[in-house]
Design a binder for this molecule. Structure first.
Ligand SMILES: Cc1ncc(COP(=O)(O)O)c(C=O)c1O
Length: 503
């Protein structure tokens, strides 16, 4: 739950005046509970102008380390000042909170008259009392993927990165992108990481670098997002769909061989829902038949297979930084990964219209460039993702597993894998009525994916034979709310609603 502090109550703490002892206790309790602490914008200049001694400035600086500052643009501040110059600070405190944290609690010594919004305004003393009472501070908000809570964990870093880019003005392929590519390569233990405009572009760039086109065939799974197969058709090649493993839902590695023809050039294996496909078997098969392997790692960045990171397991890997992905930016984005220098150079050229030198084009390419601002966003999220979000996702999945294992088919993670749980997807024959039941209880769900790829209208002309597991799963899977900031209460709501459905 976010708490926004009036700068005046912090000044009281520093000067040991009025409410200072209640505020101090409140702050330490909120800190222990891991609650979010915020300050309104523009308070710091005011505080620094009235604090009397060096010692008080030092104490204030220490206090500040607990807080993030609410975003509120200069333009918005000016408009507010024009509306109410006399009451500006109080209005700023309130409006900046309403703008960004509409369910927050404002802590102030002078509570304004009550409002009709969801914001509560309390003195340090009343907030302290309420903290120790059983009243629930947390609203019953429910998002399938909650990017707002995540943003609040790293907002100062995001603002810093955005301002760095605004300052240097290199909006495309700037230095943040280069730094990100280095970090991506180190994290995935590959020689080369190349960012690009989307996960779809990453796959297109990979196929183009491998010179796959008309007359070629690419073997792939029938149970994935459309982009996996669409890109094969986009470069002029033919997707050859095979069925999936009934436990992991990833491509059936031992079904590859019978799908190979003299035209086969590559295999695209998806690491679905955050768990890697069985790449030892897939790579062995590819080696035997001289095929390239592309990992579609759009959902698995951060996962491991035999202790090796996803994206470092195949000829080329491609990931997506779409906002809802485990590691997502604030727009579209993606990356390719490889250990092969020639392929890296080819993809680097393809990313900018096949350009090897300025305005000299040796091959065809695309506009696949990544925005520097988006690279900055990912740099800002990096530590949080690696240190907290991956383990959080795994812990939350384990909690779902324990509660649901006797009621529905829970995700099966192969012993050689760790999943990053892009989705927590269960399977049950009554999928559609379960989804309606959960929707009636205000619980958002999604179906990944309701139609197997070979059954999509655009691929009907391929006349693919029945792929029974993919077809059955498309009727039975349902993804539950999953993001690193799900609360226990929210998870319990989901679990109880499912248990009630099957009772
Ligand atoms: C398995 C898979 N492949 C490819 C993509 C395409 O990524 P993007 O949306 O970044 O183009 C996605 C994204 O949803 C995906 O889930």
């Amino acid at each position: 739950m976010p708490f926004v502090f009036d700068i005046n109550v912090l000044i009281e703490v520093v000067l040991e005046k009025n409410h200072y002892s209640a505020t101090q206790t409140l702050l330490s309790q909120l800190q222990n509970k891991g609650e979010e602490l915020w300050l309104p914008p523009a308070g710091l200049a005011y505080a620094s102008s009235i604090l009397p001694t060096t010692q008080s400035h030092e104490k204030f600086s220490q206090l500040l380390q607990l807080f993030s500052t609410l975003p509120y643009s200069a333009k918005e501040q000016q408009a507010l000042y024009q509306q109410s110059p006399q009451n500006y600070y109080q209005q700023l405190l309130y409006q900046a909170t309403l703008n960004y944290l509409p369910h927050a609690i404002i802590i102030t010594a002078n509570p304004m008259t009550s409002t009709t919004d969801n914001i509560k305004i309390q003195t340090p003393t009343t907030a302290l009392k309420q903290l120790t009472s059983p009243t629930d501070f947390h609203p019953n908000q429910f998002d399938f993927i909650d990017l707002k809570t995540q943003q609040r964990q790293c907002l100062p870093e995001i603002e810093y990165q955005i301002h760095q880019v605004l300052k240097h003005g290199q909006y495309i392929l700037g230095k943040e992108m280069q730094q990100l590519e280095q970090q991506l390569a180190t994290f995935t233990q590959v020689e080369y990481a190349l960012t690009c405009a989307s996960g779809t572009d990453a796959l297109i760039m990979a196929l183009m670098a491998l010179d796959i086109g008309k007359g070629d065939e690419v073997i792939t799974t029938s149970f994935s997002f459309i982009a996996t197969a669409e890109v094969i058709a986009f470069v002029g090649a033919k997707p050859v769909f095979i069925d999936i493993d009934a436990n992991t839902y990833n491509l059936q590695a031992n079904a590859i061989e019978q799908a190979i023809t003299p035209n086969t050039k590559a295999i695209i294996a998806v690491s679905l829902y955050g768990q890697c496909a069985d790449f030892h078997v897939i790579n062995d098969m590819a080696k035997k038949h001289n095929l390239a392997v592309i990992e579609d790692a759009a959902q698995s960045f951060g996962a491991t297979y035999h202790q090796k990171p996803s994206c470092g397991l195949t000829t080329i890997a491609c990931t997506s930084f779409f906002p809802a992905k485990p590691f997502g930016c604030y727009g579209d984005g993606g990356a390719c990964f490889t250990n092969d220098e020639a392929l890296y150079k080819a993809m680097q050229a393809i990313r900018v219209h096949g350009q090897s030198q300025r305005y000299s084009h040796d091959r065809f390419g695309i506009n696949g460039r990544f925005d520097t601002l988006q690279a900055g966003i990912l740099l800002a999220k990096w530590t949080l993702f690696v240190q907290q979000e991956i383990p959080n996702r795994q812990r939350l999945a384990e909690y779902y597993n324990q509660a649901l294992q006797n009621t529905v088919t829970i995700p099966y993670i192969a012993p050689e894998n760790t999943s990053v749980y892009a989705q927590y997807t269960i399977q049950c024959p009554q999928r559609d009525s379960l989804q309606t039941h959960l929707q009636q209880q205000g619980i958002p769900t999604a179906v990944h994916y309701p139609i197997a790829l070979h059954q999509q209208p655009v691929f009907q002309h391929l006349n693919t034979a029945t792929l029974p597991i993919a077809e059955q799963l498309s009727q039975q899977v349902i993804s539950l709310p999953m993001h690193p900031y799900l609360t226990k209460k929210q998870q319990d709501n989901v679990i109880n609603a499912i248990l009630q459905f099957f009772a």
